[in-house]
Design a binder for this molecule. Structure first.
Ligand code: SF4
Length: 221
């Protein structure tokens, strides 16, 4: 188990470093801050995959303006959904997935976004990241949402030594005290966007610069 004091230090110092960079919230968290509706979290997280934050936010808001609830989304055809979320990455495929997901939720779950990990993962296009965010932000259920940023940063820091996000999630469950599970994703996603960036991290701006083993880092700034 990682030491709680050490994790507290990381959360405080990383948040301070981000504040100095004026880093905004990721778009899904921004949507969640206004309204923790699991429907909005599910839809905006799916739109966010392979899509820039600013595009995710505007595409999600456009879609919510014509589909404020899951029943309306289920009634729209997939092209209308795709046009609303354009230019999000893979907007045609996502339009079709969103329509199918909405129909399944309306027809098989009485219009309620599922609150169990396994049921969420059975929906088309829903992976561990999306399911975890729905549970975290939409239902306040402890789950560790591991995306590419979280996976990469905890490996660089030496917390885990893993090859996939799924493996990282399993390892973090064993070593990370539960009170950090929900907040880890938002912190490290922002950190990965601004400081511990994928190709060449800005280690000179990082409070962990001296202590971090920088596993797998080839080049730093
Ligand atoms: S020192 Fe560099 S590699 Fe380590 S967490 Fe900070 S930015 Fe990432």
């Amino acid at each position: 188990m990682l030491d709680e004091k050490y994790i507290d230090t990381i959360f405080t110092s990383f948040s301070a470093a981000l504040a100095e960079q004026g880093a905004p919230l990721p778009s899904v968290s921004q949507i969640a801050e206004e309204d923790n509706d699991p429907y909005r979290i599910l839809v905006s997280t799916l739109i966010s995959l392979r899509t820039k934050d600013e595009v995710t936010l505007s595409a999600s808001l456009r879609l919510f303006s014509i589909a404020p609830d899951i029943e309306t989304l289920a009634s729209l055809d997939e092209n209308t959904i795709a046009d609303a979320i354009r230019p999000a990455g893979f907007f045609r495929r996502k339009g079709s997935q969103l329509n199918k997901i909405a129909q399944i939720i309306v027809n098989e779950h009485n219009g309620k976004v599922p609150c169990e990990m396994e049921t969420l993962l059975s929906l088309p296009g829903v992976g561990i990241k999306t399911a975890s965010l729905v549970l975290n932000l939409g239902y306040g259920i402890d789950a560790i949402c591991v995306d590419c940023h979280v996976h990469e940063i905890v490996n660089r820091l030496g917390w885990v030594k893993t090859k996939s996000a799924e493996e990282t999630e399993k390892e973090l469950r064993k070593i990370l005290p539960q009170r950090f599970w929900i907040s880890l994703n938002e912190l490290l996603v922002r950190y990965g966007q601004k400081i511990c960036t994928p190709v060449s991290p800005f280690c000179s701006l990082c409070p962990e610069n001296r202590r971090c083993p920088k596993n797998g880092v080839q080049r730093e700034r």
